[in-house]
Design a protein around this ligand. Sequence first.
Ligand code: SF4
Length: 65
Amino acid sequence: MRIQADQSKCQGHGLCRMSAPDVYDSDDEGQVVLRFTGDIPAELEDAAALGVESCPEVALSIIDD
Ligand code: SF4
């Protein structure tokens, strides 16, 4: 499982980071930064999915390989 972030949609609300700080961070302008560019560790998959669901801009998506 990987996460894809569409920076053009991200409005910097930070809800993903608040929902799952182990998976999502933000840069100085509030834009989402993924802590994992590759596979999400199994123990963080639920948190990663929660972050996806929390994004009001639908900027995050799950990629299941
Ligand atoms: S919740 Fe969505 S819009 Fe807000 S910082 Fe995260 S990715 Fe960006």
